[in-house]
Design a protein around this ligand. Structure first.
Ligand code: 6PG
Length: 483
């Protein structure tokens, strides 16, 4: 077998197959392999005309087809399957060869694999790939980690097959080891928040505004022509406009209201708790999916009283729709800011040199959260490289200021009418928490010191203190040895 392929793809389910096709369509010779050979055969039969493929019937043939340094893209289910495929191929490779994992692996697994393979002289590149099967074929957003040396070889290829916005690839070297998969995980966490916020806006327009799914679809189409212009808002209009052929009812009314999740949103929240990153909107969006699926709990709560379930008068409903747009946008800014804070926190924790503006740049196209809004985030970071928050940028701050009344009216109206808006509320409360001058955390410190002697700091002087709550006079003692 002549070693002629610039890239090899093993794992030819939809994503792997479409990435292989994308590479071939872009002029690369692509070696293709699948554990069950039938998939390889089908790929060649159906798409062999799209470019130069080298089908391989075994791992040995697959490796032999690859030019040096060999580049193997594995597209298999995250978890043990990835470790199995790595062990199947690593012994066949030579120093300098590289294995790319394009699945949704947990970044900690990627850090472990990168370290282990580096010790064997191999490069391991964990790469986020966002955009689903259409994105994989026509141009995804690609978030590779790994060594700078591997990106020098892989980068031009990945940039060529990625989506492009304003002539720029939606692919960049995120940083070392697991940073690529970490950033993809946060992308998915933001995706959860974005989807939940959109769903809450829909719920409000339906249950409070009294609009039909078709009318709300039109509202989302209008919003998609403005500052909420995004893939998710666009597909929401399509989903809401869709009618179920079998019943003639709105599609959204025949779908069971229990949201599922493959796990990347959950990982985001778990990791955020470890990092101390307050991703409250992402967390509430993840828990909203969990709660929607708890049929037993929901049955127990269903008979209980709620808010004042009545529709707005038509002349007020129009104003409410405009308020919901403001609330959706303001909440989206907070959710995205939380995601960026988490990436910044992880970069500091793991020693990654991540260009936060570049992350926004490559998310402008190809990925599920692609949106015009991301160009605003890119520009904000370009203008102020050490930007600590989007709300430190004057235009975002002005938009949040303008949205105050509407945002609060929408959250209050939802509460009064018993419409759950966990992500809207979390975003607003996160905003109020971070801008708050006197938080009730002071009382919590007092409680903790009372029952656990966990000490506290004072507002008026340095040091840590404990009050002798169980003794007469409840004297305060300094506990850090200072005078
Ligand atoms: C993407 C998507 C994708 C995600 C699936 C399922 O960026 O292309 O985020 O990676 O895993 O859409 O996501 P959930 O099942 O977690 O909703």
């Amino acid at each position: 077998m002549e070693a002629s392929a610039q890239i090899g793809v093993t794992g030819l389910a939809v994503m792997g197959r479409n990435l292989a096709r994308n590479f071939a369509r872009n002029g690369f010779t692509v070696a293709v392999h699948n554990r069950t050979p039938g998939r390889t055969k089908t790929l060649i039969e159906e798409f062999g005309h799209e470019g130069t493929f080298v089908p391989a019937r075994s791992p040995q043939e697959f490796v032999a087809a690859l030019e040096r340094p060999r580049r193997l893209l594995i597209m298999v289910k995250a978890g043990e399957a990835t470790d199995e495929v790595i062990e199947e191929f690593a012994p066949l490779l030579e120093a300098g060869d590289m294995i790319i994992d394009g699945g949704n692996a947990h970044f900690a697994d990627t850090r472990r694999r990168e370290r282990a393979l580096r010790e064997r002289g191999l490069h391991f590149v964990g790469s986020g790939v966002s955009g689903g099967e259409e994105g994989a074929l026509h141009g995804p957003s690609i978030m590779p980690g790994g060594s700078a040396e591997s990106y020098a070889v892989l980068g031009p290829m990945l940039e060529r097959i990625s989506a492009h916005v304003d002539g720029e690839p939606c692919c960049t070297h995120i940083g070392t080891d697991g940073s690529g998969h970490f950033v993809k995980m946060v992308h998915n966490g933001i995706e959860y928040a974005d989807m939940q916020l959109i769903a809450e806006a829909y719920h409000l327009l339906r249950d409070v505004g009294g609009h039909t799914p078709a009318e709300i679809a039109e509202t989302f189409r209008e919003w998609n022509r403005g500052r909420l212009d995004s893939y998710l808002v666009g597909i929401t209009a399509e989903v809401l406009a869709h009618t179920d052929a079998g019943t003639g009812r709105p599609f959204v009314d025949i779908v069971r209201d229990a949201a599922e999740q493959k796990g990347t949103g959950r990982w985001t929240v778990q990791t955020a708790l470890d990092l101390g990153s307050p991703v409250t909107a992402i967390a509430e969006a993840t828990f909203a999916r969990v709660a929607s699926s708890r049929t037993g709990l929901r049955a127990a709560y269903r008979p209980l009283p709620g808010g004042r379930r009545q529709r707005l008068d038509p002349d007020v409903a129009g104003r409410f729709t405009r308020d919901v747009e403001q609330a959706l946008y303001a909440s989206k800014v907070i959710a995205y800011d939380q995601g960026w804070t988490m990436i910044r926190d992880a970069a500091a924790e793991y020693g990654w040199d991540i260009d936060l503006g570049a992350v926004a740049k490559i998310w402008r196209g190809g990925c599920i959260i692609r949106a015009a809004f991301l160009d605003r985030i890119r520009a904000a970071h370009a203008a102020t490289p050490d930007l600590v928050s989007l709300l430190a940028e004057e235009r975002f701050a002005a938009e949040i200021t303008d949205a105050q009344q509407a945002w609060r009216t929408v959250v209050a109206t939802a509460a009064h009418r018993g419409v759950p808006v966990p992500a809207f509320s979390a975003a607003l409360s996160s905003y109020d928490t971070l801008r708050g001058e006197h938080l009730p955390a002071a009382l919590i410190q007092g409680q903790r010191d009372y029952f656990g002697a966990h000490t506290y700091r004072r507002t008026d002087r340095e040091g840590t203190y404990h009050t002798l709550w169980s003794e007469p006079g409840r004297l305060e003692v300094r506990t850090d040895g200072g005078a």
